[in-house]
Design a protein around this ligand. Structure first.
Ligand code: NAP
Length: 482
């Protein structure tokens, strides 16, 4: 613990919580506290509050009293013991309440009860069961007279940890190692500093983010936050896990959370359309939005997937000897019939291509083909065509199933352009096979970076640092495997 403490201070931590309940065997407080490299919070959590303390309650209270006698900067006292441990010396009192099941019904009342226990800081940590809980907690932080650390636990609650500084919390909690989370939804100190630049977040910080379910895997926060830092823009990009049934409430909450723009991913790209006040023309044709802007009380939707996909294909089409810059009358086989397929097929139709959809679920493929006035081919018969361009819009080949491909190598011909929208890994099996068959290839990384750049421009009105965003994405998905 002493070694981790020193290491964190070297990384830039200004205060460290010492979780005495994680120490095996007898706790040597003096050894832990002598020459401590930064202020500490001493906490010794019972098992019923999510901690690991194996000893008796008397021993625990004795330890907390000893920490106060040693003059630690902060001590964490749960609400039921706070009254029995009096204030002494300079040690400040964090009066805390943890609920691993749900948020208290009446947050303000609970907060007032904790504050009345001679609290210098109130700490409330409760499981978020709805996206709305983040706003409830953050508004409580903002409106409290006593400095308050309010945490929504679970991955729905992660935004409350990141946005704490914007709403006036004195500090937030992070774990010292990303593989050793001490509470659900916790981020590591390194993620907080290197990805979210927590110390830059203040009341004026503009909030952007991505909504989806699940969302933890999203690489958009890494890419967008790096771009904000590079352009020195006071903004943060947050992953919001929003289950389907919470979408309307979340969009209603967004302005109060300080949100000015959002990326949209599975499963909201299509359903979100019904909630918009305005759309651009292409988006109504596609029927799916991946970008929202909150402007003058209105929500406006855009689709940067479509422009990014066509932007990625265009230079290749222009240089390809068989296509010579024109997709008109050339056959493009689109694998998949979901959101990405919709956007890309729409764009390809605009370019005059003969688009054929091959979908695993025939009915979904037929619906899409009908909407766009194009053809379908049964998934099982996808090799019966001889397309000029093949576009994979299924997740087949995506991490961790990197040994899968949606199109057998032996059906790839050297004259084909093969575009895989999957971007993790960059070099999917489909692209490796296509290269080995001398096809021309376009990677999902190119499309991802382009759509992120377009979003960045819409969010900020500034040109995106595309090279940086590409580098950051490539680093996040690991080394290229050719
Ligand atoms: P989606 O709406 O869920 O659609 C996925 C499509 O793939 C559906 O038609 C689905 O068929 C089909 N599919 C899923 N598993 C399959 C399998 N094992 N075999 C055959 N077909 C299968 O998802 P989406 O938003 O379109 O995204 C699809 C892919 O595009 C993802 O891998 C994502 O990484 C990629 N993408 C990339 C970018 C980028 O910037 N590079 C942007 C957006 C999306 P059913 O209809 O039968 O379910």
């Amino acid at each position: 613990m002493i070694a981790e403490h020193r290491h964190l201070v070297q990384q830039g931590a200004k205060m460290v919580e010492l979780r005495l309940d994680y120490i095996n065997g007898e706790v040597n407080l003096r050894r832990l506290l002598t020459d401590r490299p930064c202020p500490v919070v001493v906490t010794c959590r019972r098992q019923r509050d999510g901690g690991k303390w194996p000893g008796t309650e008397e021993q625990r209270l004795m330890l907390l009293r000893s920490a106060i006698a040693e003059g630690v900067e902060y001590v964490d006292l749960e609400d039921d013991i706070a009254a029995s441990i009096p204030r002494y010396g300079k040690t400040k009192r964090i009066v805390s309440l943890h609920d691993y099941r749900k948020m208290p019904e009446n947050l303000a009342e609970t907060h007032a009860r904790l504050a009345a226990l001679d609290a210098d800081i109130v700490k409330l940590a409760a499981m978020a069961n709805s996206s709305h809980d983040n706003l409830r907690m953050l508004e409580l932080i903002r409106d409290s007279d006593v400095p308050t650390v309010g945490i929504c636990m679970g991955d729905i609650g992660t935004p409350s940890r990141i946005l704490a500084g914007k709403f006036g919390a004195p500090f937030t909690f992070a774990t010292f190692h990303h593989e050793r989370t001490l509470a659900p939804g916790q981020l590591s100190f390194q993620q907080m500093t290197d990805v979210y630049h927590y110390e830059r977040i203040n009341a004026d910080t503009t909030v952007f983010g991505v909504i989806g379910d699940p969302i933890a895997h999203s690489l958009s926060p890494i890419v967008h936050n790096a771009a904000f830092a590079r352009r020195d823009i006071n903004a943060v990009y947050v992953p919001f896990r929003v289950p389907r049934e919470h979408l309307s409430q979340f969009l209603a909450d967004a302005p109060a959370l300080g949100i000015k723009g959002l990326s949209v991913t599975i499963p909201h790209k299509e359903t979100v359309i019904k909630k918009l006040d305005d759309t651009d023309e292409s988006m109504s044709g596609i029927g799916a939005a991946n970008t929202l802007l909150f402007e003058n009380g209105k929500i406006v939707g855009y689709n940067t997937d479509y422009r990014a996909a066509l932007g990625s294909l265009k230079p290749v089409v222009e240089e390809h000897p068989g296509l010579r810059g024109d997709l008109a009358k050339h056959t493009v086989l689109v694998l998949g019939a979901g959101g990405a397929a919709k956007a890309i097929a729409y764009g390809l139709k605009q370019m005059g291509a003969d688009v054929v959809i091959a979908g695993r679920t025939a009915q979904r493929a037929q619906q899409l083909a009908k909407a766009l006035d194009c053809r379908t081919v049964d998934w099982a018969n996808r090799y019966s065509l001889n397309p000029d361009v093949l576009v994979n819009c299924t997740p087949v080949g995506m991490h961790p199933n990197v040994d899968a491909t949606p199109y057998d190598k032996h059906h790839l011909r050297p004259a084909m352009v093969v575009f895989d929208t999957v971007y993790n890994p960059e070099n999917t099996l489909l692209l490796k096979d296509a290269r080995s068959q001398s096809c021309t290839v376009v990677s999902g990384v190119e499309m991802f970076v382009r759509q992120a750049c377009l979003q960045f421009q819409q969010f900020t009105g500034e040109e995106a640092p595309a090279d940086l965003m590409r580098d950051v994405l490539k680093r996040a998905i690991g080394p290229a495997r050719y």
